[in-house]
Design a protein around this ligand. Structure first.
Ligand SMILES: Nc1nc2c(c(=O)[nH]1)N[C@H]1C(S)=C(S)[C@@H](COP(=O)(O)OP(=O)(O)OC[C@H]3O[C@@H](n4cnc5c(=O)[nH]c(N)nc54)[C@H](O)[C@@H]3O)O[C@H]1N2
Ligand SMILES: Nc1nc2c(c(=O)[nH]1)N[C@H]1C(S)=C(S)[C@@H](COP(=O)(O)OP(=O)(O)OC[C@H]3O[C@@H](n4cnc5c(=O)[nH]c(N)nc54)[C@H](O)[C@@H]3O)O[C@H]1N2
Ligand SMILES: [Mo]
Length: 761
């Protein structure tokens, strides 16, 4: 029996419904939506119990996003609609049992929607898809581990194996995962941040010597001005709206810079505040800068030029803490305003007025997310925003700094503890001293180069710790070919996803415990730890009964694989079973390897955890080539559409978590009952004699190649002319694998050149 699978999402056969976008975020509809998702999946009583444990001291860390909790009052669990959905999705009472695998072939499953796949519930026991079979069948854990070990042993070189990580993985599991990869002999550790904030890490490391943000939550209360650039917190970081609301109440201004006027940036009603629920809510942004897609480098160049021309900068800070100022100043003494206006879609006057607002702020924070990191010039854009902060001395003082808002709840922690395809020599030496494992010093693959290696036959075993690489990566059809060329693909997962269906010759699904669940090991009940977007490390302990008695924890699965390999080849002198019998052992190894984790086991048991050291924030210390914060100059660029082309961004709807689709409802934007939609400016639509509801085919253009994806529904929407928006992951097949950001190699998910063609009915 062969398998017929494509990897792309199925077409939709009816037009979506549309309504006016909402004017206020959260409020009663958020509570109703939570109840609908929670009660239908988990049941009434369990929903209330489970939600009561999210982000409390002694409870588990919300798997929703990486936004931090207030340091001292985590006991009052803050209600968050989308956090609740993420929790309910894991705590669902539905199960995928052995009879499911008997009655559904892989070919049949592959034509189901992402929502349907996720709706089948939690995975409950390990299953194997054997050579030429179209059906997964149950296997024991020990068979699964030996099979992985057999495949790894048969490789001619350790670099033919890939160890992918997604950012829900705890510090403990992530540390062990990279230890396994390195003990086996490879740095092939691509991870979801390669598709996410890699551009931020790259730009910040080079400019300020740390790849993370420099603010704490308290800074929001002391800030004069907060820029939220390329980010939709109402959907993706809902608890950030509380911080923004409080900042406004304390006198800050908030400016949203975004091609869309996102509802969460308009007004917000806190669902736990009865007075707000009755009123019209609080205004969040006092200005919406409706910039064209990828115009941000040009915008900040215009701003910086204006600040310098008017001597609006902080000479003392620049003198004492920065390098490269004179070069930067000279390089931007003249700017081409017509180019800036063309790329931003804003007038010179408008940009100069904005610069004046920035000049008058005593303290400023710049927040950003995927709207900035997923373009060709992301690294350059981030460094230009940083130049704005450096000009005003907005680093390392209260109310000021950089705030790249992380996505997955522990993506920052995973990187901190060693998930990195480019390990530093210090890290390699420390790892050797603490574990005896000698990491190779050659660079491993990132997400893009790993895909190319699989396509070229240079990598043959793909192992993934969480995530859904197939659907999360760009160029879905290419990734599907890459997966199919592998001899083994094996995914450690909680829920069914498309990567389980587009596989190597053989495939394994290894079901694991989720954050919400009790983790018992030989020494007793364990907790894990995570790092949020502001560098605070804290514990997370599940309290629900596991979804099945056959689940293993992520650390136990890694230990199982490692032990099976050690049976065949000598890889390390580690006793993997002993290490995971008590996660304190893993934390001790982390403490010995990574600076900043002193007394890990005692400090992580403190109620609010502990802050990792942060040079720029703590003491204006910059571990850069110059020992100072670097001004960096880059020429203005933007993705230039050819005549007839649009620039398309691929974004998240309100009811999805990355590739996991909860429902076909994007409530704030007024789109429901369909996801295969294209948002287009009404004037552009009229120009092409199109209107809402029309069906379109989309073609993307890159390097002389054309990719086509058919049957999209047009929705006229308030978006700049020449720009389009579609949802991820449906549109990923249009994003070319080799179209990536300079420096960070992140797929350009927000800058896709496309043409549209109407389907005649
Ligand atoms: N509920 C929920 N929460 C999540 C996630 C989820 O899927 N669902 N995902 C998590 C993850 S992994 C991440 S990384 C974050 C993602 O969080 P976001 O970055 O907020 O997610 P996106 O939907 O990609 O939104 C990007 C925003 O950038 C804007 N944008 C696009 N292009 C440009 C541009 O060129 N310039 C500017 N200025 N703006 C632009 C879009 O209009 C959109 O508002 O959320 C995390 N939290
Ligand atoms: N076009 C486009 N593509 C994008 C983006 C975009 O904006 N546009 N965003 C990119 C970004 S920012 C990111 S971070 C990536 C996300 O890429 P990934 O992290 O690879 O994808 P997710 O959809 O978050 O992974 C979902 C799967 O994780 C598994 N899972 C959930 N919880 C757990 C757990 O606790 N343990 C384990 N082992 N597995 C678990 C479930 O099986 C679920 O099906 O996608 C990227 N892709
Ligand atoms: Mo992300």
């Amino acid at each position: 029996m062969g398998r017929e699978v494509t990897g792309t999402t199925p077409l939709e056969d009816s037009a979506p419904q549309t309504s006016t976008p909402s004017s206020v975020a959260a409020g009663v509809p958020a509570i109703l939506s939570t109840m609908k998702h929670g009660f239908s999946k988990v049941g009434v009583l369990s929903t209330v119990k489970t939600l009561g444990r999210v982000n409390r001291f002694g409870g588990f860390d919300c798997p929703g996003c990486a936004w931090p909790d207030p340091d001292n009052h985590r006991t009052i669990a803050e209600f968050c609609e989308n956090g609740a959905k993420a929790v309910a999705d894991e705590a669902t009472s539905k199960r995928i049992t052995n009879s499911f695998w008997e009655s559904h072939s892989v070919s049949e499953l592959s034509i189901r929607s992402d929502q349907w796949l996720n709706d089948q519930g939690r995975l409950t026991s390990p299953v194997l898809l054997d050579k030429d079979s179209d059906y997964y069948t149950p296997v024991t854990w020990s068979t699964a581990f030996s099979l992985i070990a057999d495949e790894l042993e048969s490789l001619s070189n350790p670099n033919e194996a890939i160890f992918y990580t997604s950012g829900r993985t705890s510090n403990e599991a992530a540390f062990l995962w990279q230890l396994l990869a390195r003990a086996f002999g490879t740095n092939n550790l691509p991870d979801c941040s390669n598709m996410c904030h890699e551009s931020s890490g790259f730009a910040l490391n080079d400019a300020i010597g740390i790849g993370k943000g420099t603010v704490t939550l308290d800074d929001f209360n002391e800030s004069d001005l907060i820029l939220v650039v390329g980010q939709n917190p109402g959907t993706n970081h809902p608890r950030m709206l509380t911080a923004l609301r409080d900042a406004r109440a304390n006198g800050a201004s908030v400016i949203s810079i975004n091609p869309l006027i996102e509802t969460g940036m308009k007004r917000f009603k806190h669902p736990q505040n009865p007075l707000e629920m009755l009123g019209s809510g609080s205004e969040i942004a006092d200005q919406h800068v409706q910039i064209q897609i990828n115009g941000d480098l040009a915008l900040f160049r215009g701003i910086n030029h204006h600040l310098l021309s008017n001597d609006d900068f902080d000479p003392k800070f620049i003198e004492n803490h920065t390098a490269g100022f004179d070069e930067f100043k000279n390089a931007i003494a003249e700017v081409d305003w017509s180019l800036i206006e063309e790329y931003t879609g804003l007038t010179r006057q408008y940009i100069e007025d904005l610069a004046e607002r920035i000049a008058s702020a005593e303290s400023m924070i710049i927040c950003w997310a995927m709207g900035i990191t997923q373009h060709h010039n992301s690294v350059q854009t981030i460094q230009e925003m940083l130049n704005t902060l450096l000009l005003g001395g907005h680093i390392g003082r209260p109310g000021a700094g950089v705030c790249p808002v992380r996505g997955h709840s522990n993506v920052q922690g995973d990187r901190t503890v060693g998930i990195n395809h480019l390990p530093s020599s210090d890290f390699i030496a420390n790892l050797y001293n603490s574990t005896g494992v000698q990491s190779p010093d050659s660079h491993g693959y990132d997400a893009v180069t790993a895909s190319q290696a699989m396509l070229d036959g240079d990598a043959k075993v793909f192992l993934s710790m969480g995530g859904n690489f197939l659907s999360a990566m760009s160029d879905t059809k290419a990734i599907a070919r890459a997966m199919k060329k592998c001899s083994l693909t094996a995914c450690v997962s909680t829920k069914l996803n498309r990567n389980h269906l587009v596989t190597g010759e053989r495939a394994l699904i290894l079901p694991c415990l989720g954050r919400t669940e009790i983790d018992e090991q030989d020494s007793g009940t364990q907790f894990v730890s995570v790092e949020n977007s502001m560098g605070i490390v804290h514990s997370s302990e599940g309290r629900n009964q596991p979804a099945s008695t056959d689940l293993l924890s992520e650390p136990a699965i890694i230990s199982g694989i490692a032990t099976a390999i050690e049976d065949r080849i000598s890889m390390s002198n580690l006793n993997w079973t002993e290490i995971i019998s008590d996660y304190d052992n893993v934390r001790n190894l982390i403490e010995e390897t990574i600076p900043g984790f002193d007394d890990y086991n005692s400090r992580v048991r403190r109620r609010s955890g502990f802050y990792l050291p942060n040079g720029p924030r703590d003491s204006l210390l910059f571990h850069t080539d110059t020992g100072r914060a670097n001004f960096r100059f880059h020429p203005i660029t933007a993705i230039n559409p050819k005549s007839g082309e649009f620039i398309m961004m691929t974004i998240r709807s309100h009811d999805q978590y990355n590739t996991t689709v909860y429902s076909e409802n994007d409530r704030y934007r007024g789109v429901s009952k369909g996801r295969r939609v294209v948002l287009m400016n009404p004037l552009d639509a009229a120009n092409l004699s199109l209107q809402s509801g029309d069906q379109l085919n989309l073609s993307s253009h890159f390097d002389g190649e054309i990719r086509q994806a058919n049957n999209w529904y047009l929705i006229e929407y308030n978006i700049p002319r020449g720009n389009l928006a579609t949802y991820f992951p449906e549109a990923n097949e249009l994003i070319p694998l080799t179209s990536t950001a300079y420096g960070s190699n992140t797929p350009t998910s927000k800058s896709v050149r496309v043409t549209v063609e109407r389907i005649q009915d």
